[in-house]
Design a protein around this ligand. Sequence first.
Ligand code: PRP
Ligand code: ZN
Ligand code: MG
Length: 225
Amino acid sequence: MNTSNRLRIAIQKSGRLSKDCQSLLKQLGVKLNLREQRLIAHSTNMPIDVLRVRDDDIPGLVMDGVCDLGIVGENVLVETQAERERAGQSNAVKKLSKLDFGYCRLALAWPQELGAQSKDWFNGKRIATTYPEILKQYLVKENIDASVVMLTGSVEVAPRAGLADAICDLVSTGATLEANGLMQGDTILESNACLIQNANLNDDSKLSLINKLLPRLKGVRQAKE
Ligand code: PRP
Ligand code: ZN
Ligand code: MG
């Protein structure tokens, strides 16, 4: 549990969501000194600490109460929830708000030179992914008998490296698929960034700070419409 009396928010240190997270905090009026390459940044005008970590670690940190809030992609949230469900670990979080950035799709892809393929093609194939739980649920639902190769990074090079026949990875602009000669297939999950809160948070001063920030967040989102 986060026993500090400062509200602790986890955001991605570097990646697709980091810039937008930083500007969102700024728009909410949270002043931070993020210049230093520190794990924790203390706000200078509110009792808030921002923890900068790998996106994949954010749902777990919030579920375990190490952080009170987190900004994370639904893709990572759904995967972590399924993984923890399987392991019998607590996986509840309170979803406070959807955010207007970080849109991406988790999609299947395979080498372009193979041309268009139907779902049947995947039977007996190996699919590399960082999202094994979401992919397995999809394979069961679609009745596809494929094997899953778990990779934490560089998924897009797996077919060329001979590690897999196809991949299941996040697509945002499509540049990564294109650069690696991969063709995009079915979308398995659509994802946005979202703001999550520890499900057991009961510290009154933290809750009232969150209640002050949420209307501001609503204002920021409406201003963008
Ligand atoms: C995803 C994915 C690709 C890239 C796709 O990674 O794994 O590398 O984004 O984006 P594009 O279609 O715009 O090229 P992500 O940024 O989520 O980070 P991670 O894999 O480091 O967690
Ligand atoms: Zn990641
Ligand atoms: Mg990546």
